[in-house]
Structures are given as C-alpha cells and as structure tokens.
Design a protein. Sequence first.
Length: 285
Amino acid sequence: MFLSALGFALMSACVKYVSNYGIPVFEIVAARALVSLIISYADVKRKGISIWGNNKPLLLARGAVGTTALMCVYYAVTTLPLAEATILQYVHPIFTALLGVLFLKEHIQKSTMICIAFCLAGLFVMVQPSMDSGSTSELPIFSIAVALCGALGSSIAYVIVRKLSQTEDSSVIIFYFPLVALPISTVLIWNDFVWPSLFLTMILILIGIFTQIGQYGLTKAMQTQAAGKASAYSYVQIVFSALLGVWIFNEIPSIWTYLGGGLIVTGALINVFGKQSVSTLKKSS
C-alpha cells in the first residue's frame, strides 16, 4: 500500500510540475490517458480476454464519470497546495455512503455517520480561513469546490465499479477509463495545446507510469491485506504529498490544514475500522 500511496503522490507532483510550465489540464489528462491506454490494453491482451466487456453502457459511463473526476482532481492539484488537494480527496466516504443509500439501498452504519461528521468538521476548518478576507491561509474557494466535485465523481465511479465487478474483469474496467478519457480530453484541448519540451514530455509519460504503479500497488494490497488495513495505509499518501509539496514547490501547510486534515483522516479511519469490526462480528456470529 505504501507503493500505491507513493505512486499516486508522485503522479500529483508531476501534474503540478508540468502545469507550472504552462501545460493545460486537458493536455495532462490526455497524456496520462494515452500512456494508461497502452499499458492497460497490453494487460487485457495478456489475459486473452475481450477488450470490450459485457456491459458496454455501464463501462462507458464509468469511463465518462472517471474522466470528469480526473479533470477536477488535476485542476485542484494545479491550483491548490499538494497537501490540501490530496486531503480534499479523502472526503469521498461522505459521497460514497450517500450514493450507496440512494442507488444500492445500503444502510449507513454508525461508524460512517461519525465519519461524515468528522469529514464535514474537517472541511469547515480547512475552508473557514478562506471565508475570512483577512486570513493569510486563504485557499481559492473555486478550487476547493472543484476538488470536492472530483471526490464526488470518484465516489460515483467507485459505485459503478462495484456494480461492474459482478460481470467484468478488472483489467477491462481499467481499460475503459483511458479509452473514454483520451478522445474527450483531446477534443477539450482544442486550440490550447502546448508543445512540451523533451523533458516535460518525459514528465507527462511519468504521470501515466506513476498512475499505473499506484493502481498496481493498490490492487496487490487489496489482494494480500485485509481491506481495512490496506485502506488505512492509503492515507500515508497525504504525508507523501505534503513532503513533496515542501521539497519541490516550497509549500508549507497551514495550521488549518493540519487541523482539518487530521479530522478528515480520523473520520475516514473510523469508517474503515468500524466497517471492519462489523464485518468481523457478522462472521463470528
């Protein structure tokens, strides 16, 4: 799981780095999608299965939602400090729980309700300085809203993936993401394409490679560790992102980020281990 967290943190750092040299978000998404498409296509062919899957409408929907979420996440990364952009992604349990109730008819457990309360409190603590025009810790409200939209999109994609997992191979689900993302992002670039230097081209390629490393690490962690333990370890990505932000971009998180992020992570961990405890009790009874 540490490999996964490091991979995703390095991906975010690369996204922020190339954006500082004028590469637009849609172009970054297209570059990542191209690399991921090649790698995921090779993985599907290695397994000897059809690349098109069974439930094509839902696979395309997963790709479209995932693409929208990725664009929001990348925009947040390019306009917010790395630590803050990463922390805001971890409010997704709120959206996942609500979507589970609405579409999967799931019941919200007590641990999830506590998680929602902690996440909302943490979000308020992080955003509150931005409401105060005299604060020196102000974050762009629009960027915060886009980051939350990214978390919502990720939650919707997660719910769709849970449904698709009943009929589709994981490699096919992964393949459809860049398959949809590449043409959409290419069209949205329009006249804003910036021809990158050789060095920036290498960084763009690394975005796709680090993404695949993150996904590989996440998959292996879920296969070899208890889901709760693996999910808990994933929050080390915030630490990696904060360290990379300080090292590469000279970003020093404010006290509000520490306090709000602490509340959000605490709530998320309560949600993870609360569900794990309920699952254990059910198995033992």
